[in-house]
Design a protein around this ligand. Structure first.
Ligand code: NAD
Length: 260
């Protein structure tokens, strides 16, 4: 039980990578604030954690809404008395379209959820991490915008992911004196529900075609990674085993971003 006594906030914990990480961290003894904007999703995550003998509470909030995020973090700290670890993971793919077709409100929505949402998650949490005498933050970025630039039409998405890497490095320096580490995981293709938050509109027009007949994930061919594999990496980065690692991106993609 590596995280016994620790309190964790996981955003986007209703499905995919966030759900797997919430369950994995709970199995290590952490009490988990399970946050997403969809109540039935997080009730299910909480039930699964409790059935496995863990501790969790549901926190309904839209990560792009400052008031809702402040309330959710306060509720978590009131419930468990402290906050030690933050997994800022929630995000959407949004609209993938050629730049002349991508509408201003579509651009704004992706930036609001992925970038402002990450900022708000950390902004509301850091006072409590300082109060706890230190902690760990992990952000979910992507191979898009950090190593690969080939997902046609995904300009807004990729810009948010590039910015999350910059944010990680800025905050790793700023928060080091408070013994708060900040790292970022950059997944390649992972089997989750993310296609549900994706709209493709004429994105083939923005494409430069490239073909990989054997599949574009060198380690697995055509098989995507799993949320559980990302959860193992998150556990490592929030645990004391990574105590000298901060400001660091880890690509978790079976080599995908080296190829495309
Ligand atoms: P998912 O759609 O399965 O899960 C996303 C979760 O975030 C859901 O619980 C959803 O309800 C929640 N969410 C979305 N918008 C929210 C908001 N405004 N406020 C609160 N909660 C919100 O997707 P996933 O694949 O698990 O994505 C998690 C993260 O991983 C995202 O940041 C995504 O960009 C990143 N990522 C995913 C992949 C992939 O292939 N799946 C690859 C690279 C990066």
């Amino acid at each position: 039980m590596e995280l016994q006594g620790k309190v964790v906030l996981v955003t986007g914990a209703g499905s995919g990578i966030g759900k797997a990480a919430a369950a994995r961290l709970a199995r290590e003894g952490a009490s988990v604030g399970v946050l997403s904007r969809t109540e039935d999703e997080i009730q299910a995550t909480v039930r699964e954690i409790e059935q496995a003998g863990g501790q969790a509470i549901p926190l309904v909030a839209d990560i792009s809404d400052a008031g809702q995020m402040r309330q959710a973090v306060e509720r978590l700290v009131e419930t468990y008395g402290r906050l030690d670890i933050v997994f800022a993971n929630a995000g959407i793919n949004g609209v993938w379209a050629p730049i002349d077709e991508l509408q201003p409100e579509e651009w704004d929505k992706t930036i609001a959820i992925n970038l402002r949402g990450t900022y708000l998650t950390i902004h509301c949490s850091v006072p409590h991490l300082k109060q706890a005498g230190g902690g760990a933050i992990v952000i979910t970025a992507s191979i898009n915008g950090t190593r690969t630039f080939t997902s046609s039409g995904a300009t807004a998405y990729s810009c948010t992911k590039a910015a999350q890497l910059a944010m990680t490095q800025m905050l790793a320096l700023e928060l080091a004196k408070h013994r708060i580490r900040v790292n970022v995981v950059c997944p390649g293709k992972i089997e989750t529900e993310i296609e549900e938050s994706t709209t493709h509109r004429s994105s083939e027009e923005a494409e430069v075609p490239a073909e990989y007949p054997e599949g574009n994930i060198p380690l697995t061919g055509k098989e995507p990674g799993t949320s559980d594999e990302v959860a193992e990496l998150v556990l490592f980065l929030v645990s004391d085993r990574s105590r000298h690692i901060t400001g660091t991106p880890v690509w978790i993609d079976g080599g995908q971003s080296l190829l495309v």
